[in-house]
Design a protein around this ligand. Structure first.
Ligand SMILES: O=P(O)(O)OC[C@H]1O[C@H](OP(=O)(O)OP(=O)(O)O)[C@H](O)[C@@H]1O
Ligand SMILES: O=c1cc[nH]c(=O)[nH]1
Length: 200
């Protein structure tokens, strides 16, 4: 069995291309902040508080979003919620087709994930393949009591039976469009844009 070369200088698909000029804004900095605040409240309500919660961001932009959610929850609850990063690279189902990706180390908070309520956090939910890979990665790390999913944007077009528990914005898209999430920690600004497809 040949192993994919993961050492090459790799960039994620959304880093490789800049946002096309025809892209239009669909969420502003304020919209993103409000959506994250609401999701934080939803997570607490669903979990009846922050007991046993662990937030895991999916690189790249899910990680800063998870940290922001954790900070928002801490503001409400008065104590910190464990937050980490879940790298899914080696669990992707397109690894053989698209092997030029850098594998990162997952960073799991000290208490681990066993018997915890893990909230996966990502920027965009599309085919669902990233989240399938995340569930696969998670199963190697422990056995959470429950796994939930929070995404900033759900753009539809699922190819797997996966749904989000907490959604910042449901964005109807055509399959020829692309959603671009940019966050200050990675990109220097907070915005969600959409490009391609028919002008709406
Ligand atoms: O539901 P899916 O079809 O899997 O698409 C959603 C994923 O696509 C993007 O990741 P990408 O692989 O572009 O890498 P990035 O997070 O580094 O931008 C996005 O960040 C989600 O993780
Ligand atoms: O439109 C899309 C689809 C997948 N991932 C993204 O970041 N945007």
């Amino acid at each position: 069995m040949t192993c994919p070369d993961l050492s090459a200088s790799a960039q994620s698909s959304s880093d490789r291309s800049s946002i096309p000029e025809d892209a239009r804004d669909v969420m502003s900095e304020g919209d993103i902040a409000r959506a994250l605040r609401r999701i934080g409240h939803e997570v607490l309500e669903r979990n009846k508080g922050s007991e046993g919660l662990v937030l895991l961001g999916i690189p790249s932009r899910g990680v800063p979003l998870a940290r922001r959610l954790a900070a928002g929850i801490e503001q409400v609850e008065g104590h910190a919620v464990p937050v980490g990063e879940l790298d899914i690279t080696l669990h992707r189902d397109d690894l053989r087709r698209n092997p030029v990706r850098t594998a990162h180390r997952s960073r799991i908070p000290d208490g681990g994930i066993d018997d915890k309520v893990v909230v996966l956090v990502d920027d965009v939910l599309y085919s669902g393949r990233t989240i399938r890979a995340a569930l696969d990665a998670l199963s190697e790390l422990g056995r959470p009591r429950a796994v939930r999913l929070a995404v900033l944007v759900d753009r539809g077009h699922r190819e797997l039976p996966i749904r989000a528990d907490h959604v910042g914005k449901n964005l109807p898209t055509s399959s020829t469009e692309r959603v671009h999430v940019r966050v200050a920690e990675v990109d220097g600004l907070d915005v969600v844009r959409i490009s391609g497809g028919d002008a709406r």
